[in-house]
Structure formats: structure tokens, C-alpha cells
Design a protein around this ligand. Sequence first.
Ligand SMILES: [Zn+2]
Length: 136
Amino acid sequence: MFCPECRAEYRAGFTRCSDCDVDLVQELSESDTRVRKAKRETPSTIKSTYREARKTAHWWALYKRQTGTWPWSSIAIHLINWVVILFGGGFLIWWTAEHHLSRWQFLGIFLLIGLPYGVAENSARVNDFETGVREI
Ligand SMILES: [Zn+2]
């Protein structure tokens, strides 16, 4: 599902865009897609992270409304994810300072840890999403 206004992609189960307050459409038309691609060339990481977090929270609320229970596995995954990012990031910065590493060494370690974690986190998110849809 997509918002015709801001082109945000929504998870199954949503019918309205929480940001624009308009009905979502099944697919964007070709011209919409072009605009979307153009907009994507100047992405705002903070805004998209915020949007993603809002979408997740809305999805939890929707899940709660439909099933009567909170999607605990999804909530746990997201909480663990943020704890790992905050503590892991903090630890990495402290560790680089402590060992007087150059920024390239820092970048190397960051990618070495961050890439596999990103892949694992992403697949966990997909699994979590698919399970949620089946349970609804
Ligand atoms: Zn929107």
C-alpha cells in the first residue's frame, strides 16, 4: 500500500497515511513512481527513520486492536535493535578512542560489525512482518 501524497510505502493492514491523512492506494501510477524516485535522490535519514518508527508503532496498535494482544516478538526485536545500536555504537566510539585508531580503522570495524548485523536485523524484520500478517 502506498500514500499517493508522500509516496510512503505502508505495511498490509493500513488504509490511511498517518502523515498526510489520505487514503492509501494499492499501486502508484507511473508518474507517481517517477516523482518518488526523484524524491529519493535527496533522502532525509532522520525523517525516514522517524516515519519508519511511526509506521511500526501504528502497526503494533493495529495488531493490538485486531488480535487483543501486543505483537511482543516484534516489540522485543525493535527494542533489542535500538539497545544494540545505542550501546554498540557507544562502545565502538569508546573503543576506537581508547586504542587510538584512525578513522579508516574505525570505518573498517564499523562495516565489519554493522553489515552482518544490518543483514540479520533486516531478515528478522521481514520474518516478523510476515508472521504478523499471517496471525491477523
Ligand atoms: Zn503520506
